[in-house]
Design a protein around this ligand. Sequence first.
Ligand SMILES: N[C@@H](CCC(=O)N[C@@H](CS)C(=O)NCC(=O)O)C(=O)O
Length: 205
Amino acid sequence: MLKVYGRANSINVRKVLWMLAEIGLEYEREDWGRGFKSTDDPAFRKINPVGVVPVIDDGNFRLRESNTIVRYLADKGGRADLYPKDLQTRATIESWMDWSSTEFAGGMRPVFQALVVKNPAAAGLVDSGAKEWAKQMGVLEQHLAASGPYVMGKSFTIADIPAGLVVNRWFSISFQKPECKAVSAYYDRLTERAAYRAHGRNGTP
Ligand SMILES: N[C@@H](CCC(=O)N[C@@H](CS)C(=O)NCC(=O)O)C(=O)O
């Protein structure tokens, strides 16, 4: 059975759990990371020398990097509806996934660290993080208003998985934020999916 290494409240592990729920694949999961066994443990470093979660083990094939795992699972599950074969469509999906993990999540991280994890090192970074996060949220707002209702247009794809988790954090953390009507409608639309309710909008920022 496929195995997932990583705590279920990690935003990157949640991408994988959401994807597994979308394809209906059974798995087992082992808690590693903040609040559980440390990823600095030599036993974990053997699983992932980079020392971060998630990692999957699929019949002795180990894979790290959440976005890569999501793409692997989409292909493994034969879900061309979620990750089409057309080269340019795939590349566009991948560009949104990359953007979500870099620019979109960049401002989110200090806000989350300061207000949710209560990491004192991030306490002074809330205002600048929130400003950057709002700027990138504006990018998604305009994109969805012009070409939604999903990131890739008419239908849900894996481009919505990393973005949907950042959006969940946006609405789940209390801080001064601008109104984003299209993103708010997107959040509700994603919530129609059982897999998102289980691993995205599940009460955890
Ligand atoms: N680029 C990696 C980043 C993974 C990452 O930063 N994981 C965090 C959790 S979200 C982690 O392992 N933190 C250490 C910990 O939880 O102890 C990915 O997308 O998989």
